[in-house]
Design a protein around this ligand. Structure first.
Ligand code: HEM
Ligand SMILES: *[C@@H]1O[C@H](CO)[C@@H](O)[C@H](O)[C@H]1NC(C)=O
Length: 494
């Protein structure tokens, strides 16, 4: 019997409060495109720059004839670095160089999936060092897109070599399923997820946006500041000695978990996560609420402060760092257990997971649990970072990369209910003569909601079997359905 993963997925009825956007039988968030895609017939998927690319080809087609005479001259045009440097604003045109080529990307500015502002950092200069950092550009498709804007060559060809920002990446376990090497993104093989409640550190999914920063824990400090508060700097020792150690068992999930299933319907852009971009670990550290109180955040500040922003030490060569924020009420709630974690499953936080200290914000999407924590800012506004403002948001299926109005949707925080079958694996064939097979998987809900029930069908919904749940409890043995988010695995026999 071949189990159809999609069909089973559609049938899984996990009851829990669903928040935000109304959901179909199951819905999945796409982090890279930042668009919520629903599994229904009106599904429209996002083409991002592919759309831009085809518009370009079209425009190029129209222009081909009149430009033909100029072509030869243009191909051999050479420019000095000074020529490129003169074109560093939309008014003066935006030129960049890459390897030996010179490109006029004025028209691409507003279409850039990484934002016009980022592209402007390279305006009038080389994009090579930026792309060494954001190595997701190093694909044939992006190269082809860039070539469409070529206006000539750099005098003397590529003149500088740039250091490799990924030279200090940690060693990784070979069993991780790598979705991108630079920045490193990898998921846990799903069979481990349903077999053990806690995912071992080495096998825990990794979602990095930039190179892993090298941090010396002796000199590491986190700064905490905000309206009406005193600015404090806390070392690792301060966090360990000044604040009570708090342990929390928490499931973290990448916003794009299971995005690859969309490709069965229509191809989508972004990291192709299967069902393994999720994991549960026991984290320990200082409560964020204790640290904020220590820096003087009081009830009185609450009018001024609506968000707690976090900034990481992972940054690109221009100093732009990863950042995100969570609502202040989430940060302060004793029930919600937001911590500044210095331990993961009883060990120090591994480099890929934010050594020496990361935020762990249970019940909300993984992108807000900022790793390699450097700064905490209590503010009236949300984080202004790209990843808070122009990514990790959800829209209607009729919204495309070209017409998305990022400001019109809130940043994803708590996520909807999620469930996946881990054993047997997608596409695996099982023996039809077997009287019974065991099916295992996980179910999770954001917002601290427990899972009430998981139903599974192997015959297109004719009959259902309710799974046995084996919920993950934390040490304090909190009851299910309390604020503690849980990851639950279930087993049953057909
Ligand atoms: C002419 C130059 C550039 C071109 C043609 C270009 C093209 C693209 C394309 C096609 C993507 C989408 C990739 C994907 O989703 O797989 C992208 C994403 C991105 N670009 Fe660029 N890019 C350029 C310059 C830059 C520069 C200079 C920076 C940084 C300073 C940058 C930062 C980013 C980032 C951070 C993303 C990812 C956004 C996300 O995670 O959703 N890009 N770019
Ligand atoms: C650069 O692009 C702009 C916008 O399309 C265009 O007006 C300008 O002529 C281009 N310059 C060169 C040198 O190709």
């Amino acid at each position: 019997m071949l189990l159809s993963f999609l069909r089973l997925g559609m049938g899984l009825c996990t009851a829990a409060r669903q928040r935000g956007v109304a959901c179909a039988a199951f819905a999945c968030l796409s982090s890279r495109s930042g668009i919520l895609k629903q599994e229904d017939e009106s599904l429209m998927l996002i083409h991002k720059w592919k759309g831009a690319g085809s518009a370009l080809t079209f425009a190029a087609g129209i222009l081909a004839l009149p430009l033909l005479a100029q072509c030869e001259q243009e191909e051999s045009a050479t420019y000095s670095q000074e020529d490129v440097a003169e074109h560093d604003s939309p008014e003066k045109e935006v030129w960049v160089s890459y390897e030996g080529g010179v490109y006029n990307v004025t028209d691409f500015l507003e279409m850039h999936p990484g934002g016009a502002q980022r592209l402007m950092m390279a305006a009038g200069g080389a994009i090579d060092p930026f792309w060494a950092m954001y190595a997701q550009h190093k694909t044939a498709e992006v190269r082809e897109l860039l070539e469409g804007y070529r206006i000539g060559n750099l005098v003397g060809g590529a003149q500088q070599t740039y250091g490799d920002p990924y030279a200090n990446e940690p060693k990784r376990h070979g069993a991780l399923i790598v979705r991108s090497q630079q920045p490193f993104n990898a998921e846990t093989p799903v069979e481990f997820l349903s077999q053990a409640k806690l995912t071992p550190n080495d096998l825990f999914y990794v979602r990095n946006h930039l190179p892993v920063p090298k941090v010396d824990s002796e000199s590491w400090k986190v700064s905490v500041k905000g309206e009406g508060m005193r600015q404090v700097e806390l070392s690792l020792e301060d966090l360990e000695s000044k604040f009570k150690k708090h342990t929390v068992t928490c499931t973290l999930q990448c916003t794009g978990n299971r995005r690859d299933m969309f490709n069965g319907v229509k191809s989508v852009q972004g990291l192709e996560w299967s069902a393994g971009a999720i994991g549960t670990a026991e984290f320990a550290g200082a409560r964020l609420s204790d640290v904020l109180a220590y820096a003087g955040l009081t009830e009185d500040s609450l009018g001024e402060v609506e968000h707690i922003q976090f900034e990481g030490l992972d940054s690109d060569i221009s100093g732009t760092c990863y950042g995100a924020s969570i609502p202040v009420m989430k940060a302060l709630s004793r029930q919600d257990d937001v911590i500044l974690a210095y331990e993961m499953n009883g060990q120090e936080i591994p480099p890929d997971h934010g050594y020496p200290v990361r935020v762990v914000a249970p019940g909300i999407t993984g992108a807000r649990s900022v790793k390699w924590l450097a700064r905490i800012i209590a503010h009236r506004e949300e984080s202004g970072s790209h990843w808070q403002q122009k990514d990790y948001k959800s829209f209607s299926p009729n919204v495309d990369w070209d017409n998305v109005d990022w400001g019109s949707a809130p940043a994803v925080q708590e996520t909807n209910v999620q469930s996946a079958i881990c054993v047997p694996q997608q596409g695996q064939t099982v023996d039809a003569s077997d009287e019974e097979i065991e099916v295992q998987g996980y179910a999770y809900s954001g917002g601290g909601q427990g899972i009430i029930r998981v139903d599974v069908t192997a015959d297109d919904g004719e009959t259902w079997i309710t799974a046995d749940l084996s919920p993950v409890h934390d040490r304090r043995n909190r009851q299910q359905f309390k604020a503690q988010p849980q990851m639950q695995s279930y087993r049953f026999c057909l």
